[in-house]
Design a protein around this ligand. Sequence first.
Ligand SMILES: [Zn+2]
Length: 565
Amino acid sequence: MRYSKYFIPTLKESPADAEVISHKLMIRAGMIRKVAAGIYTYLPLGLKFIRKIENIVREEMNNAGAIELLMPSIIPAELWQKTERWYHYGKELLRIKDRHDRYFCYGPTHEEVITDLVSKEIKSYKQLPVNFYQIQTKFRDEIRPRFGLMRGREFIMKDAYSFDRDEEGAEISYKKMYDAYCKIFERCQLEYRVVEADTGAIGGSFSHEFMVLANTGEDVIVTCSNCGYSANIEKAEVLQKEYPENYSDEPEKPIEKVYTPNVKSIEDVSKYLNVPKTKIIKTIILTDGENVVATLVRGDFDINIVKVKNVMNWDIIYFATEETVKEVTNAPSGFAGPIGLKCKIIADYSIKGMKNFVVGANEKDYHLKNVNFKDFSEIEFYDLRNAVEGDKCPKCSNGVYKIYRGIEVGHIFKLGTKYSEKLNATYLDKDGKEKLIIMGCYGIGIGRTAAATIEQNHDKDGMILPEPISPFKVYLLPVNYNDENIKKIADEIYEKLKNKNIEVLLDDRDERAGKKFKDADLLGFPYRINVGKKVKDGKVELINRKTKEVKEIEIAKIEDYLWKN
Ligand SMILES: [Zn+2]
């Protein structure tokens, strides 16, 4: 492709509203343009990038035996009403009305449509198992769409749905998708982890997330240094039940109420009272909207609200509102403590054995010092805290957790019969009995994978795209295309690469060399060939974008570097 005949409107500056690096670079590299909040046009280069990822996904899905189809993006409300998701999905579901006043939604996911299809078309065990997938544009009406393709409202996704006769079959289908996903992210040359995830509201017995590692990731994951076991922090078990450092011979002292004006956070309390965080207990009030629970954790740890949700057996969990906090503590938030609370209290093991500790006084601007367990009602202990680096691995005996940040790009769920029950997806089994079909669902965010690739692979000059998904393999850069000799050699190399099916972008623009170098680094294709003055000696420069290694190579031998070995 010739740059002058293509369309790559690069920018020097990032747009003011771009917060994350992938968003900034995709705009600057002329890959995407914003149309409305969270809605983008994919410009040619961005689309080419996306298509590369899509093709790998498609090939591996096909290899795994999944069958491609395409469902509508507009879905009639009745289908979503049958599964009741129409009522529970909340405002993220974009609901629309047609000219006949019939309601539809713009699909954020397609369990209903595919299960309805299967319920009508699949009747016999002979037609199972089957796995259908599509690559399609979806919509989720995020309240604050930010971060470009990392979290758009409209996004391209691959979603697959497996249908099996029994649990055993469903597990085989799940494993096939697990393996296919590993191949996909390996082929994209991304550093990733597969982590055990909390199944949350979708339900089902297990689920894994595929996380691309990046310091900018929103998700926190733990990985065992020894056996490689990985989990989302939400799910990561903490085995420790005893904290020897909490125990001491010091006598229990009488409670002392101290004035702590506007001192709310653990950091502030620790500094203000000059006590270490390990001598403070945090009291966090949580609710499912109806019930309220107070949770206690040592000041140097963080409460894990998903663990609390599971202990309480709630469907959903929130931090209590200011109003609820006031109701149960009689004080504004920041001063909650376990003494005299008007709700159930549960505690993390990390506070076991503590003595003479600091808690909130349940009174504005006051804390209590020298509190001991005898001072409040008996509590039950659970694993309620977030794992931290160095915690013991639950799966092997000598490994410890390391913490990473990641971006979720894929998610696989074993769904069970949740949707087949509601949509009556049954089949006639060998024994002549009608049985429910067992389902699984499997998603990959295609645009998100593109963005995550950049979050993981960039430097101060721009993107560093992995070869299998880079829109072009070579950036061919004649430093001065007006120079007859340089032009001639550049054109020859261009034709040669094209003939070898190597995707090459020839920067034939009448621009300063400096501007071309900057754009080449920004676009981040794996290789750049500088065609300059040395052509008179039969030489050009080959630059590796990732390693920045510069090699002077003979023009006649370019092929040794680019398509042999
Ligand atoms: Zn381990």
